[in-house]
Design a protein around this ligand. Structure first.
Ligand SMILES: [Zn+2]
Length: 108
């Protein structure tokens, strides 16, 4: 086993796709998440820990984090994320990635 990543396409959206995704699901205006109107979580995990929209906006606004998490997930597995961030975080991350995958498919 080696740690080379890169053969798997990282599901990060292009700007056009992000635009589409936002219209479909979440838009952010005046530092608030439009759908739920909670304060936008920028660098820290959402205060509204059970709000799916907040989590989506959080991951969407932290592309570097998402790339890193995807790498960790690919190379070290789910356990590594659970150990550092907890089960709920992993669940929300996977939910986000699944949504992005869906957007990408719909955009094709
Ligand atoms: Zn929210």
């Amino acid at each position: 086993m080696n740690d080379i990543v890169g053969f798997r396409e990282t599901p990060i959206l292009t700007p056009t796709e992000v635009g589409k995704a936002r219209k479909l699901y979440v838009t952010v205006q005046h530092d608030r998440v439009t759908i739920c109107n909670h304060k936008l979580p920028k660098t820290n995990i959402p205060k509204k820990i059970n709000c799916e929209c907040c989590w989506f906006a959080f991951f969407q606004g932290n592309g570097d984090l998402v790339t890193k998490l995807d790498e960790v997930l690919t190379t070290h597995g789910e356990g590594a994320i659970v150990r550092s961030q907890g089960k709920k975080f992993l669940h929300r991350f996977k939910q986000f990635m699944a949504t992005i995958e869906r957007f990408k498919k719909e955009a094709e």
